[in-house]
Design a protein around this ligand. Sequence first.
Ligand code: IMP
Ligand code: MG
Length: 172
Amino acid sequence: MTTVDVPVFIDRDAIHARVQALAAEIRRDLPSEDLHFVCVLKGAFMFLGDLIRELNGRVTIDFMALASYGAGKTSSGEVRLVKDLDKGLEGRDVVIVEDIVDTGLTLHYLQEILRARGPKSLRTACLLSKPSRRMIQVPVDYVGFTIEDRFVVGYGLDYAEQHRHLPYIGAL
Ligand code: IMP
Ligand code: MG
């Protein structure tokens, strides 16, 4: 086993504080609704776990997986549905939970296909956003942190499937 040191970019406390604030914002916008969270695997799993623990009221979750990247750091520009949701979205207040918006291609594709399923409302929460990399404009209702063009890992995010377990966001 080798030890890998990834420098801290955003620490645990900052993430926790920001996730709490996002949860409060989401509840303020949808005070008495049954919220249905769609977590985009794998990168958003930790964010989802922390976010829903901060939310009061009725919450349900579902998961889907998309592939837009190979094992590298650059987008292929091609998005593929790898795992679909278990349940439909009709009439529900849906919040997409994504790890990071980079070019925006993945989220754009996702919003299109989920909107077609007839949710009552569709919002998006992203832990991170890299606006300088955007190739397509996508609406993001809740952004955790806006960052410059750095490749980040940890807290669910990977580089070639490594580093997802780090409890902080690190920069490679
Ligand atoms: P987009 O389609 O270019 O917006 O890419 C979105 C997806 O690329 C995210 O859901 C991540 O899985 C991945 N991604 C983009 N930037 C990073 C990064 O800095 N670290 C890890 N994954 C990234
Ligand atoms: Mg992702």
